[in-house]
Design a protein around this ligand. Structure first.
Ligand code: F6P
Length: 358
């Protein structure tokens, strides 16, 4: 039997996951290894196991597909984190069951593609004696341990395209158009998408906003002869002295959403102008990956196999200074990368007349 490695995708889906899977399979086959894909994230490791052999045929043509061909979940038995900074312990019997499945299948190492929460789980599996390699993934781009993650560029491209489209409604109707985008703790998607799409106001979690200030920007723009105003708001943004807008709580993890409607309503109330909100939601997580995400996903997948072949277990692939490198998973977890409010990107935005509503 050929040496075997396993792979699973965990957490929210995003464009580029399939590029990683393809990279893993093709690089592993070069080494004469076989790849076992576990379905639906870590849940595929639950006895009796739910897996599929991934060969070059099964990954043929998947590069352009969004999502993940082996499925994923951000719920289930292996959840080791239910909020920023939180950590829970995956039950011992669950880990023991996973170890048994991997031993029975003779899988010598497991590549885990996921976000921060999945890396917390990976660390616990590693501590329990399962050889793990992490591949970071999040459209929010909020992991400190890597300069960027695949999925982010594709999400930003969706935001930019949406802004290009709402500009015409804003000017045709002399309206304020508010676009709500993803970004729980970090405003990177709103910031990059907003700059690329020519937003006038960007609201992010790192810079609490003031409704009166936003209204004054809208009025000043109208006085200066601009017909419309476009606002981008990250779902995690909050007013000064206010809270994030939580829709509901599921399994200890809250879902955000709704701040866009509130911002539109408050602008209309304060300015007398028509304001409309458009929530991009999961449109940002689907569709074909951009060039950048296809290349980054491929590089991450290939690097993960290289790390497995060299025995660097307990490490996570990381992008630093244009190179794909590795960092210990233990050092990578629970470290959020937030937008520095006085950083170069925020200053650049300010210099092209973008307000942060503060
Ligand atoms: O972490 C990625 C992310 O897309 C966040 O931006 C968002 O808050 C969350 O996932 C949404 O998760 P779900 O798909 O479970 O609603």
């Amino acid at each position: 039997m050929k040496p075997r490695i396993g792979v699973l995708t965990s957490g929210g889906d995003c464009p580029g996951l399939n590029a990683v899977l393809r990279g893993v399979v093709l690089a592993a086959e070069k080494l004469g290894w076989e790849v076992v894909g576990f379905r639906d994230g870590f849940e595929g490791l639950l006895p009796p196991g739910n897996h599929v052999i991934l060969d070059r045929q099964s990954v043929n043509g998947i590069m352009a597909l969004g999502g993940t061909i082996i499925g994923t979940t951000n719920r289930g038995h292996f959840v080791a984190k239910v909020g920023a900074g939180d950590r829970t312990i995956v039950p011992e019997d669950i880990i023991a069951g996973a170890k048994k499945i991997l031993d029975e299948l003779q899988v010598r190492a497991l590549i885990i593609v996921g976000g921060d929460g999945s890396m917390v789980t990976a660390q616990q599996l590693q501590e329990a004696g399962i050889n793990c390699i992490g591949v970071p993934k999040t459209i929010d781009n909020d992991l400190e341990a890597t300069a960027t993650t695949f999925g982010f560029d594709s999400a930003v491209a969706v935001v930019m395209d949406a802004l290009d489209r709402v500009h015409t409604t804003a000017t045709s109707h002399r309206r304020v158009m508010v676009v709500e985008v993803m970004g729980r703790h970090a405003g990177w998607i709103a910031l990059h998408g907003g700059i690329a799409g020519g937003a006038d106001i960007i609201l992010i979690p790192e810079i609490p906003f003031d409704f009166d200030k936003i209204a004054s920007v809208v009025k000043a723009r109208e006085a200066a002869g601009y017909l419309g105003t476009v606002v981008v708001v990250a779902e995690g943004a909050r007013p000064k002295h206010g809270e994030q807008i939580k829709r509901d709580v599921e399994g200890g993890e809250f879902r955000l959403g709704g701040v866009g409607e509130i911002v539109a309503r408050e602008i209309a109330k304060r300015t007398g102008k028509e304001a409309r909100c458009c929530v991009l939601g999961h449109l940002q997580r689907g569709g074909a990956p951009t060039t950048l995400d296809r290349i980054l996903g491929t590089r991450f997948g290939v690097k993960a196999v290289q790390l497995a072949s060299e025995g660097h277990f307990g490490s996570m692939v990381s992008y630093q200074n244009y190179q794909v490198r590795q960092v210990p998973i233990a050092e990578a977890v629970n470290r959020l990368k937030l937008v520095p409010p006085n950083g170069e990107m925020v200053q650049t935005a300010g210099d092209v007349d973008i307000s942060f509503g503060d």
